[in-house]
Design a protein around this ligand. Structure first.
Ligand code: SF4
Length: 67
């Protein structure tokens, strides 16, 4: 499983990096990205973040799928 943010869809609402700071960080413009240190051990938080993003910018794929 791989978690990623489609930055072109992110509206910088802050929900992901405020609610799940272990998984997400933000650039200077408030656009979210997945932390290097994030790993897949926290599946529940990852799935919640995907569900809670208002623009569906956060996506998860199975590791054997092409991006
Ligand atoms: S929840 Fe979605 S729109 Fe909001 S900052 Fe995170 S990726 Fe961007």
């Amino acid at each position: 499983m791989k978690l990623f943010v489609k930055s072109e869809k992110c509206i910088a609402c802050g929900r992901c990096y405020l609610n799940y700071p272990d998984l997400f960080d933000t650039n200077d413009e408030g656009i979210a990205f997945v932390k290097e240190s994030a790993n897949e051990k926290d599946h529940i938080s990852s799935r919640n973040a995907v569900f809670e993003c208002p623009t569906r910018a956060i996506q998860m794929i199975e590791s054997n799928e092409a991006i």
